[in-house]
Structure formats: structure tokens, C-alpha cells
Ligand binder design. Structure first.
Ligand code: 3H9
Length: 689
């Protein structure tokens, strides 16, 4: 089995009359130029040698090809490009078998689809995540996938970018054989089995599945997913490409695919989404800590408080197989909390996303207790109680006396000063903020709040755990509201003032929704509860919010808030609210006028950018892209706009500054410019590029 060819990351060796082609291009075997060149050379080698009867393509390391090399996008193309590579593979006159482990993604799956056969290990995964990069599979994937897996599956996979498992892939015909044990050995054996079968099965020539497609499937699919795809360009173009696979012969379909791919690739959304791919990965890198910092071991987690947050937080760990001890003050609260957790798990199971054994397994490693001392041997304790400094300090003081040395003491506070909390212990280096977003078992974002004394290994542990519980974590500094909630504040202040000046909740919310946010500030207030943080005195009415709370308009839960709600929680504008707003404006002597949508953008979105710049300037975020990660994952900022800082760069910082200057007088003392923003605008610089 001597190595006979080595072209960069691609090597070949012979196994009898099978040529085994191996890619070794860590970390994910991306299909960069050298890999593409090597693959073509390997196929040429097979073609040029009569003794070779079949080919196996496999990868070393953690995964089969995870797609095109994204770092090459936007750079001058290096030949051969991927479409040529996959055609070369499919046109090989000897059978080619793709041997798949890890994740066959994007261009990787396209290589597999161009191979004549596919074998995979049971835990292999398959997907075309290009849509998440604002693209579509551009190397024949949109044409071969429906031919092999069926049109509906192809629509699902291309527009969601979600991965499927080996069994499902096998069931839909994407995988020919699932093999247990040594993959290469099985793949070679498979190649020997099929070496003499002719004609070779070529995905591009199959017509059965595309011909069987229901012609109404596209219209139905568009309708069913209209909400999900709102604002995004790539899903629609993926659908059009799959439509071409049904309507046209392969040779014409790939031309459509190429055109649609280029339209997306040169567009602003793809740029934003590709930027975000790297932003998300960069967020995991913690600055200013020794590189060799090792994490602490976390085998058991304690959670204080079984309310909505505590329960949601616990579920993350339980789902990852980490035992949780949850502490409450009363049996009733404990039972209620654990009951909600079970109900949530059961709801997931009823949707088929979990088995009942998994539910029992998760609930089986939960230890509910009223005994605070039960936390003493936990490795990480997360406090999730009322947002009151005195209570938090008391709890941390108690923890300090109770729990073992080396345990990490975390607070789920969303605003409070972690350093002050840490000062109530004798071990501030072990204290960190872990700010989960509600619902904590669902939302992907985690802000890791780094206190002045937080130890590097505590940060590294938190970051590692975040990945384990499938969160995207961002490191934030200690400031009021950290990154996300801090930026929400200027938006809320200006949105509320705009109401008095003449805008309506509907107008402001519409501007935000049209921008791509899932909801506007007032829809969000109604959903979260207008009463959050309210002083609870109905006679003390100092602002619009107080007035709404005083008449029981606490938001959706009461059927009334900034909007009126029907029994299906559908909102309509409220004349009562409008009257309250007008009365307040009169009382405060605010002159009402027509407010333009542009003014709303400038006062609510540009101000967020300004606050983001302050956060950067103060070192409260490690980098601008981290702010974007917070907003995309924590608040539903449309990823096709990259995040507030990337968006500001796209608009031009001079445009942002001009807009803010236009509004400066109206915003009054609530607003002050970030020096960083002004400086960058002046110098023609950007935050993220
Ligand atoms: C495509 O294929 C287009 C074609 O259809 C048509 C072309 C004509 N390229 O995520 P991780 C880096 S589009 C370059 O932390 P994990 C990543 O930045 C592509 N680099 O690991 C990170 O670098 P660093 C379609 C890539 O184990 C390191 O690898 N494919 C690529 O959690 C580790 O990544 C995709 O979109 C890449 N394609 O997850 C798949 N992928 O260490 C994208 C990763 O410096 N990749 N890197 O920060 C993934 O989904 C995940 O990386 C994967 C592994 C699931 C594979």
C-alpha cells in the first residue's frame, strides 16, 4: 500500500485494484484550491492506469469534506473550480465510492453526490448549509440532490441548511450503505463489489425522482415557509434552482444554478452571512488570557431558583447529560419549577424531537432540593433569583461559606454589577456572570460576564461549557446591561419619546419588522410583560408605561398592553393607548408632528450603533463582531444584515453620524456621541472590516 501520489493535501494509495484517495486538510477538509487540484489529479491517475478498477474518496481527521473553503470567497478564483471537480469525478469511467464520516456538507456533499456510490458510518451527517452563508449549493448540488434524494427532501435541505443523520440519508437514497467499523476497509470492499457494474450510476442522469415530483410542491413549500424566509434572498433562489432540476435537463439546470449562485454570491446578504459565520467562531476566542489555560472540570451543576430562568438554565445541562441540583425556598416553588421543566421536555418529545427515554434520562439526573447545603459539591453554581443586588450578595456570601474550593460561582443577572456581587465572597476570581436569554432552554446566546478579578480558567471553562450545551457565547465586560440589554436602552428611550412626538406603536414596530427584526420594541414589551420592572404603585403615574400598568395593560398575558389582543393573541391598535399617549404629550407640552420612518431608523437603530461603539470604546466587548453575535442570537437581528455593527459599516459610518447629528437636538440630554464612532467616521474606517 505504498503512497504513489501526493498532491498537497491529497494522497493516493492502492489497495489491490482500488485507488484510495485521501484528503488531509485540517480542520474540516474544506475544498480549497490544493484539495480540488489533488482530487482532479487523483481521478486522472485512476483513469490513466488500467490496473485500477475503482476509486474510494475518503478524508482523514474529524470529517469528510465540510464544503468549499469559505476563506477563498471573494478572492480571485483558482482553478479548477468545484463544479469542474465534481464533473470530473462523475465522469470517471471507473466507479467512485465516497467514504463518509463526520459531516459531509455543502461542496462536500456535492463531491459525494458526484461519486457513483456513497457509504457512510452510522454517525455521519449530511447537509447543504450554503443557505446559511446566503448561497446555494453551486457545484451541481441543487440539481443532483433532488435527483437522488427527492424534490421535497432537496427543498427542505437546501432552504434550511439543516443536517440529517446517516439513517435518514440512507432511507432517502442518499447513502447506499451504512457500515459499522473501519470505514476505509468497508469502502474498499464495497468498491470491489461494484467494480464491474456498468453503466455507472450517475446522479445527474437520474430522472425518476424529479419526474415523480408533484408540480404543486413548490407553491406549497413557498407558502408554508413564507414567514421563515421573510427578508432572506437565498431560500427563494435555492427553491428556484431545485425547480430548474425538475423543469429542465441536468445540463440546463446547472446553468441556472450557476447564474443563481453568482447572483447570491455578489449580493450584500451573502457578504453579511459569511461575515457572520466567522464572527460566531471568533466570539469563542477569549482575549488577554494565557494560551495554555486549562478548563476546570464540571461534572455537576447547581442552580439556585427554579423559576422560568432557573428551570430553563437547568434544562441545558440536563440535556447535555450533566447532573443538576436545583434549589428553591419552598416545596411549592420547587414542584412548580420542576413540573414546568418536565412539561417542556414532554412538549419537545410530542413534536418528535426527543424520545420519552431521553426525557426520563434528563429528568432522572435532576435533584430538586430545599437544602442549600446540597450545593456544596457542585463544580458550577448558577444563581437565577430576583434581580436585586442585596439578595444576590446574600446568596453569594452563603455560597462562599458552603461550596467546595474551586467551584465556579455564576450569576445569571442581566444588568447588575458582577464585581459587586463577587466582592461579597472571599473568592472573586471564581465569580463570573452567565447571562442566559429567555427562554433559556431555547435561546442560543450566552453572555459570559468577565469581572475584574474573574480567573482565566473560569472563563475558559464557561466558554467550553457553552459549546457543550450548544450555546453561542460572547464575553462581555461589567457594565449596566452588558452588551445586549445595554444597547436596548437607548432604543427604548427614543422609541418611547417618538410616541409622544407623534409616532404610533404600530409605526415604530412596523419599521423594525420591515428592517428584519422579528418584532418591534412595543411588540417586544407586550410579549415580555409591560410590568417588568414596574414599581407596582397604580397611583404613581410618571410615564406611559406606568399608565398602562395602572389599568392592567401588562401586555399579552393580560390581553392588553401597547396593543389590544384577541383570544388568539392577534394584536390590533388600541384607541385607549393612543389617548394615553396624547394626554401625556399634552401634559408634557410635547408638540405632536408627523414622524418619518427614516427618523425612527435614525433614533432607534443608529442610536444602538452609537451605544455599541461606546461598548467597544470602553472595552466592554472584545470586538465589534461579538456585538453582532449578541444581537443576532439574542434579539433576532436579521443575520442577512450581519448585526448592528456590520450593518453600520455597510451603511457607512459617516451616514450614521450624519443621521445622529440630524436627530441630536431632538434626542437632547438622553444622547451623547461615541468618540470612537466619530473618529472612525472621520477617518473613513469601519468597525468590522
Ligand atoms: C460551499 O460548499 C459552496 C459550494 O456549494 C459551491 C462552491 C462553488 N471553510 O465550526 P468549527 C473553520 S459553501 C473554511 O469551530 P466544529 C472554522 O472557521 C460551504 N474554514 O468546528 C474554524 O476555524 P478557526 C458549505 C472552515 O467542529 C474551524 O474550521 N459548508 C470551514 O464546531 C473549525 O470550525 C459549510 O458551510 C469552511 N467551509 O464544526 C460548513 N468550515 O478554528 C461550515 C469550518 O480558525 N462549517 N471552517 O476558528 C461548519 O458547519 C462547521 O465548521 C463543522 C465543524 C460542522 C464542519
Amino acid at each position: 500500500m505504498a503512497t504513489i501520489t501526493e498532491t498537497g493535501p491529497i494522497t493516493t494509495h492502492r489497495h489491490g485494484d482500488v485507488l484510495v484517495v485521501t484528503s488531509n486538510n485540517p480542520p474540516v477538509n474544506a475544498l480549497g484550491a490544493a484539495v480540488r487540484q489533488g482530487l482532479v489529479a487523483a481521478i486522472e491517475e485512476a483513469e490513466g492506469d488500467e490496473a485500477i478498477k475503482a476509486v474510494v474518496i475518503r478524508c482523514e481527521g474529524q470529517t469528510f469534506f465540510a464544503g468549499a473553503d469559505i476563506t477563498e470567497f471573494g478572492k480571485p478564483p483558482v482553478m479548477p473550480w468545484l463544479p469542474t471537480v465534481v464533473d470530473t469525478i462523475e465522469n470517471c469511467t471507473k466507479p467512485v465510492v465516497a467514504a463518509i464520516h463526520g459531516t459531509a456538507l455543502g461542496g462536500g456533499l456535492e463531491v459525494a453526490l458526484a461519486s457513483h456510490y456513497r457509504v457512510a458510518v452510522p454517525d455521519a451527517k449530511f447537509g447543504v448549509p450554503e443557505v446559511k452563508l446566503g448561497l446555494l449549493p453551486g457545484a451541481g448540488g441543487t440539481q443532483r440532490l433532488p435527483r437522488v434524494a427527492g424534490v421535497e427532501q432537496a427543498l427542505q435541505m437546501t432552504t434550511s441548511g439543516a443536517m440529517i443523520g446517516a439513517k435518514q440519508a440512507h432511507d432517502m437514497g442518499l447513502v447506499d450503505r451504512i457500515v459499522e467499523g473501519e470505514l476505509q476497509q468497508h469502502a474498499v470492499a464495497f468498491a470491489e463489489e461494484v467494480r464491474d457494474i456498468r453503466p455507472l450510476p450517475k446522479s445527474s442522469e437520474r430522472q425518476d425522482k424529479v419526474e415523480a415530483a408533484d408540480p404543486g410542491v413548490f407553491a406549497e413549500f413557498r407558502k408554508a415557509n413564507a414567514r421563515k424566509f421573510r427578508g432572506f434572498e437565498a431560500p427563494e433562489k435555492n427553491i428556484q434552482a431545485v425547480e430548474a432540476a425538475v423543469a429542465k435537463p441536468y445540463a440546463e439546470g446547472v446553468i441556472d444554478e450557476r447564474r443563481l449562485f453568482m447572483e447570491l454570491m455578489t449580493g450584500a446578504q451573502a457578504r453579511a452571512q459569511q461575515y457572520f459565520f466567522f464572527a460566531e467562531r471568533k466570539a469563542a476566542k477569549i482575549e488577554n488570557i494565557p494560551e495554555d489555560t486549562q478548563p476546570r472540570s464540571v461534572k455537576k451543576v447547581g442552580v439556585i431558583g427554579a423559576g422560568t430562568m432557573g428551570g430553563g438554565i437547568s434544562m441545558n445541562f440536563l440535556s447535555a447529560g450533566i447532573p443538576v441540583t436545583i434549589v428553591e425556598m419552598t416545596q411549592e416553588a420547587l414542584d412548580r419549577g420542576t413540573g414546568v421543566m418536565r412539561k417542556n421536555y414532554e412538549a419537545t418529545a410530542s413534536k418528535g424531537r426527543m424520545t420519552s427515554e431521553q426525557v426520563e434520562k434528563a429528568m432522572g439526573i435532576l435533584s430538586p432540593t430545599l437544602d442549600f447545603d446540597a450545593l456544596k459539591d457542585c463544580d458550577l453554581i448558577i444563581e437565577a433569583v430576583f434581580e436585586q443586588m442585596e439578595i444576590k450578595k446574600e446568596i453569594f456570601g452563603r455560597l462562599d461559606k458552603t461550596v467546595k474550593k474551586g467551584a465556579i460561582l455564576a450569576s445569571n443577572t442581566s444588568y447588575l454589577n458582577i464585581d459587586e456581587i463577587a466582592a461579597s465572597t472571599s473568592r472573586p476570581e471564581d465569580v463570573v456572570g452567565l447571562h442566559f436569554f429567555s427562554p433559556a432552554n431555547v435561546m442560543k446566546l450566552l453572555e459570559i460576564v468577565r469581572g475584574a478579578k474573574t480567573a482565566p480558567d473560569v472563563l475558559v471553562t464557561a466558554m467550553g461549557l457553552a459549546k457543550k450545551i450548544k450555546k453561542v457565547a460572547v464575553v462581555a465586560g461589567v457594565c449596566h446591561g452588558f452588551i445586549g440589554n445595554r444597547m436596548l436602552m437607548p432604543r427604548q428611550v427614543e422609541a418611547t419619546k417618538l410616541l409622544l412626538e407623534g409616532a404610533t406603536p404600530e409605526q415604530i414596530d412596523r419599521v423594525h419588522v420591515e428592517f428584519g427584526m422579528p418584532m418591534g420594541p412595543f411588540q417586544m414589551a407586550d410579549l415580555a410583560g409591560v410590568d417588568i420592572g414596574w414599581h407596582r404603585d397604580p397611583n404613581r403615574i410618571e410615564n406611559i408605561r406606568d399608565a398602562l400598568c395602572a389599568i392592567d395593560r401588562w401586555g399579552q398575558k393580560k390581553g392588553a398592553g401597547f396593543y389590544d389582543y384577541d383570544e388568539r393573541r392577534r394584536p390590533t391598535p388600541s384607541p385607549v393607548v393612543q389617548q394615553i399617549i396624547e394626554d401625556f404629550a399634552k401634559k408634557q407640552g410635547v408638540e405632536r408632528r408627523e414622524i418619518s420612518d427614516q427618523e425612527i431608523v435614525e433614533r432607534t437603530l443608529y442610536t444602538m450603533v452609537n451605544e455599541g461603539a461606546k461598548i467597544l470604546e470602553e472595552g466592554m466587548a472584545q470586538r465589534a463582531s461579538d456585538i453582532d453575535v449578541v444581537w443576532v442570537y439574542g434579539y433576532g437581528w436579521p443575520v442577512y444584515r450581519g448585526g448592528p455593527m456590520f450593518w453600520a459599516d455597510t451603511e457607512g459610518l459617516d451616514t450614521i453620524v450624519e443621521g445622529l447629528k440630524r436627530q441630536e437636538e431632538r434626542m437632547g440630554s438622553d444622547f451623547s456621541f461615541s468618540k470612537l464612532l466619530l473618529d472612525k467616521a472621520e477617518r473613513g474606517e469601519k468597525f468590522t472590516r
